[in-house]
Design a protein. Structure first.
Length: 402
């Protein structure tokens, strides 16, 4: 008698909302179609660029690589050193005192997952709080690691701005030991960040309540600058608050497929740090054994070389400036179309994403009538706009928003 398959009762999972949009986009025969749903930086030609510094670093690494042996469990040492330097600052006491530890991870998502598993194993029973709204994968990552996930107020769709009073008030009511996930800069999906004064107030709230801050730092350099975007993390660390920081270089180096990320944990002492690192290595070992080499080696080579480091910073500045230019152009064109709706908030926001504030019916019309693809929430990737498509996008938005 045939044995029933053990997989027969596994149901079909719902499709990923963003990947589904990309599939529909790819199937659309319209040559003027635009995909504003996918969250990657695109250049003026509508392509995900390979940076010049990355091309040169890859060439140099391939010329010098003499082994395909395993990396250490925690990754490329030089890479981890640069992660700490960029995130915490060159003169960070946490680095100098050995209180910060870093492991190389499979992108920012991998860093979130490793950190979530560490918390689940050693500080269990802590509810994780994420912003309303947040990156859609945040909840999935933390729930998969066994955490209960709740939400704190963040974005006000009426003002298209941060609802700081509600945010700070709710965080100030959380139980001691709760984990608060904070977007360090370029909030995904809203593009709205706290001001420096607001970050300092949040720091005081988190410290007074004994909360555990977990920073998602995926867009360093695409907001105001490398050091400017690190303000929140550094302010918390300087105040002596132990924290976790998941960073990604996917966007800032345009190396999405190489999965270059890191998890940094700042502790109270070098002794604590040593214990944390030992357990992080066990988690990495149990999940992926050890990380891949190529992307991290290329980034370490860039950041070790003054010439390539300067080239990267210049290219990153150009990426940030292009996003800012498209924000301003998009808002200005819509502002000149005589619409009742005000889109000037787009120019005030930062990073790759913003909500258009359109109802789902209007978003569907953008797809069906104009071949312009956005997430149902009306979140768009501003970095997918360019001078060739922005006027057409604005005309379509005008048509569905009128």
């Amino acid at each position: 008698m045939a044995t029933r398959s053990p997989f027969a009762e596994i149901p079909q999972a719902p499709p990923d909302p963003i990947l589904g949009i990309t599939e529909a986009f790819l199937a659309d025969p319209n040559p003027d179609k635009v995909n504003l749903g996918v969250g990657v930086y695109q250049n003026e030609e509508g392509k995900v660029p390979i940076l010049k510094c990355v091309t040169e670093a890859q060439r140099r690494w391939l010329a010098k690589e003499d082994s395909k042996g395993y990396l250490p469990i925690d990754g490329v040492k030089a890479y981890n050193r640069h992660v700490q330097r960029l995130v915490l600052g060159d003169d960070s006491p946490a680095i100098a005192e050995g209180r910060a530890v870093t492991v190389q991870t499979l992108g920012g998502t991998g860093a979130l997952r490793v950190g979530a598993e560490l918390l689940s194993r050693f500080v269990p029973g802590r509810t994780v709080w994420v912003s309303t709204p947040s990156w859609e994968n945040h909840r999935a990552v933390f729930e998969a690691a066994g955490h209960t996930v709740n939400q704190y107020p963040y974005y006000d769709p009426r003002s298209h701005d941060l609802d700081f009073v509600e945010m700070a008030g709710r965080i100030g009511q959380l139980a001691e030991g709760s984990v608060v996930l904070l977007h360090t800069c370029c909030h995904n999906p809203s593009g709205v960040d706290p001001s420096r004064d607001e970050w300092l107030k949040l720091r005081d709230v988190v410290q007074s309540r004994g909360l555990i801050p977990f920073f998602d730092f995926a867009y360093q350099g695409l907001g105001d600058g490398l050091d400017e975007d690190a303000f929140a993390v550094r302010a918390f660390v300087e105040a002596g608050i132990p924290c976790l920081i998941a960073n990604s270089f996917s966007k800032s180096f345009s190396m999405y497929r190489e999965r270059v990320g890191g998890l940094t944990i700042v502790t109270d002492s070098a002794k604590e740090a040593a214990g944390v690192l030992s357990q992080l290595k066990r988690l990495v070992r149990a999940n992926v054994s050890n990380p891949p080499s190529f992307g991290a080696q290329a980034i370490a080579l860039i950041l070790d070389d003054p010439e390539l480091d300067a080239l990267w910073r210049s290219e990153l500045d150009q990426m940030r400036a292009r996003i800012r230019k498209m924000r301003e152009m998009f808002a200005a064109i819509l502002g000149g179309m005589g619409l009742d709706r005000d889109f000037s908030f787009i120019a005030r926001q930062k990073g790759m994403f913003s909500f258009l504030g359109l109802p789902v019916e209007a978003v569907h019309r953008l797809r069906k009538e104009f071949s312009i693809y956005a997430v149902d929430s009306s979140r768009v990737c501003v970095a997918a706009m360019n001078e060739r498509n922005v006027h057409r996008i604005c005309e379509a938005v005008k048509a569905v928003a009128s």
